[in-house]
Ligand binder design. Structure first.
Ligand code: DON
Length: 602
């Protein structure tokens, strides 16, 4: 049994190694850990099992993966705070969910600092290299761009981890990477999801010598039930911990990334046209993770905080909530219509550009003007964007789409990417989306280093599209839909949530909030409920159970529903009464997630 006395510079165990804990500057004074984690009621981390709902106290975690949740739980149990645990979980996801997350990806963190009662965000989004311009992606078939050096953005995750730990954590990067190193060394059990994702990628993985060697050992995906180890990634994490982010941002690891991007290790004989990338070491040197003010709207008296541009998550979820609040009642029809309108505005106004009219997009006046357009029947398609100019009049007839104007159809987006929530005993909260974009990123493993590169730059508009706020530009970050979200009531946290799923992330977060606060579902019910996603498209994609339950009525109202078998893979934590926490993950989508609490009966 290890000592649980937490003091500044106390020794703690993470995995099997003694770590030094720095003073928990971001956290209030500690309570007695022996009260918080009575051993009789809290199984050791090694024995916790995968389940979608956990209730208790002293801290909580929800991720898509048991190993990642365990990594976070171990850090929390040993005195680390929510940011320490979130970085540990994210790095572990880079091992066990390498097709969704990794050190060469990017992401967004929304963080509630309990001591200062303040919400912060950290933008670790990938950036375009300096040599990229508005026409760099023009004319390239989307699938070709995905599997290329050209789509690899300057990675943001490592800079984000360092900034997050420096600003809000208590562990060093080296300490926070330890659980992930243990999992990469020891290995993890291949589940059906990992197998399926590898198999779905096999055709392109085999086209790169480095990727085939790692993920197609013996020429095929590792079988379900086998143990998958990634010693090269363990070594990369170990060196990263020792050498720090500089190793990537201008150092030798960066040089290897650049070499891989510029000359991908294509398997001899492959006929794939793999376009080289534009990234230089100077782009890595120039990269910074950034703190940005969060977006904020007030919905039914609660403050909903989200991620500002370059993500469209906070503004689009926020605008849709404001529209819903301006309506006399909220049902499934209103949810879909509010989302449709918010997506019309997202497309016209939101990107990584100066002058996004964020304040007006999130104003009650604009929301009322937009809400006027929602009637008994589904709006004509596509909805035109509004005019967030600060001058909002009484309701007028809906503007019809200009002749010939059509919103692009949106392909079905799978539940790649990942989201996690961590809460610590002090009430600090992390909602964290991390991604390498497509399942398997650009499909290219950096030789000998054990990690895949991202293809985040395919989130740019390919063009030509004059005036589009999301065209590529030097150093620009592609518009994201990631929407890590924290809800406060009277400055106290109530709920934190998020999801993967490309642009369906926005509708999944919105739908869960509506399920919880408008339809009165419990949080587990709100996550499990069947989903639908309307993103200003002619058809509304919906899961089968949603179509079965609401399809007839919505069709009468003019909606056209089309099947999307699975939308999102959410994770969330709710603050219940008397200091209790409810951690919730998906019960079934994407193979189900893992919710844990520090003290199960507290
Ligand atoms: O930033 C974004 O919105 C996307 N690159 C996230 C990727 C994702 O969720 C994958 N899903 N289809």
């Amino acid at each position: 049994m290890i000592s649980r006395r937490i003091t500044p510079l106390a020794g703690i165990l993470v995995g099997s190694s003694l770590l030094l804990v720095q003073p928990a500057l971001a956290s209030p004074p500690t309570l007695s850990p022996s009260v918080l984690f009575p051993s009789a009621v809290s199984p050791p981390v090694s024995q916790v099992e995968k389940k979608p709902v956990a209730e208790g106290s002293g801290g909580a975690v929800s991720t898509v993966d048991l190993d990642a949740s365990k990594a976070a739980l171990g850090v929390l149990r040993e005195g680390g705070n929510a940011m320490d645990a979130a970085v540990a979980a994210a790095a572990t996801l880079g091992v066990t969910e390498p097709y969704s997350a990794g050190l060469a990806g990017g992401g967004f963190i929304v963080y509630y600092d309990a001591r200062r009662k303040k919400v912060h965000t950290i933008d670790g989004r990938e950036a375009a290299p300096k040599a990229m311009g508005p026409a760099s992606l023009e004319g390239i078939p989307f699938d070709d761009a995905v599997t290329s050096g050209l789509s690899a953005g300057v990675p943001g995750s490592v800079a984000q981890w360092e900034l997050a730990l420096r600003r809000f954590g208590t562990l060093s990067l080296r300490q926070a990477l330890k659980p992930a190193i243990d999992v990469a060394t020891r290995g993890f059990k291949v589940d059906q999801t990992f197998y399926d994702q590898t198999a779905a990628n096999a055709a392109r993985f085999k086209d790169f010598t480095s990727t085939a060697k790692l993920y197609l050992p013996g020429g095929a995906p590792p079988p379900v039930g086998s143990t998958f180890r990634n010693p090269e990634l363990a070594d990369t994490y170990r060196r990263l911990g020792r050498l720090g982010g500089e190793w990537l941002y201008g150092g030798a690891l960066g040089a290897e990334v650049v070499a891989t991007v510029k000359k991908p290790p294509v398997t001899p004989g492959s006929t794939r046209n793999v376009r080289p990338g534009l990234m230089e070491l100077s782009d890595l040197k120039a990269y910074r993770a950034l703190e940005r003010p969060p977006t904020k709207v007030t919905y039914k008296g609660m403050d909903v905080y989200g991620m500002a541009p370059p993500s469209s998550g906070g503004s689009t979820v926020g605008e849709a909530l404001n529209i819903l609040e301006a309506l006399p009642e909220v049902g499934e029809h209103e949810y879909l219509e509010a989302s449709r309108l918010a997506f019309a505005d997202r497309g016209k106004y939101v990107g990584d550009i100066p002058g996004v009219p964020l304040k007006e997009l999130l104003s009650d006046g604009f929301a009322k003007e937009r809400a006027c357009l929602i009637g008994e029947r589904a709006m004509p398609h596509p909805a035109a964007p509004g005019d967030p100019d600060g001058m909002y009049g009484p309701c007028q007839a809906a503007p019809s789409a200009e002749a010939g104007e059509t919103a692009p159809e949106v392909a079905k987006e799978g539940p790649e990417t990942t989201h996690l929530v961590v809460v610590d005993r002090w009430g600090n909260v992390v909602a964290y989306n991390i991604t390498i974009e497509s399942t398997g990123g650009n499909g290219i493993v950096v030789p000998g280093r054990g990690f895949l590169l991202n293809n985040e730059l395919t989130d740019f508009t390919f063009g030509p599209a004059p005036g589009d706020p999301n065209l590529p530009a030097p150093g620009k970050r592609p518009r994201s839909s990631m929407a890590p979200t924290i809800v406060l009531n009277d400055d106290r946290p109530l709920l934190a949530l998020g999801s993967p799923g490309g642009s369906t992330i926005i509708t999944t977060v919105l739908q869960i909030l509506v399920n919880r606060w408008d339809f009165g579902m419990s949080l587990p019910e709100a996550l499990a409920a069947p989903r639908a996603t309307q993103r200003n498209t002619a058809q509304t994609q919906a899961e089968q159970a949603f179509i079965d339950r609401y399809g007839a009525e919505l069709t009468r109202q003019g909606h056209s529903l089309v099947l999307n078998p699975e939308i999102g893979a959410a994770t969330a934590v709710e603050f219940l009464r008397h200091g209790r926490l409810q951690a919730v993950a998906e019960p079934t989508r994407r193979g189900g997630g893992s919710a844990l609490v520090v003290n199960e009966r507290g």
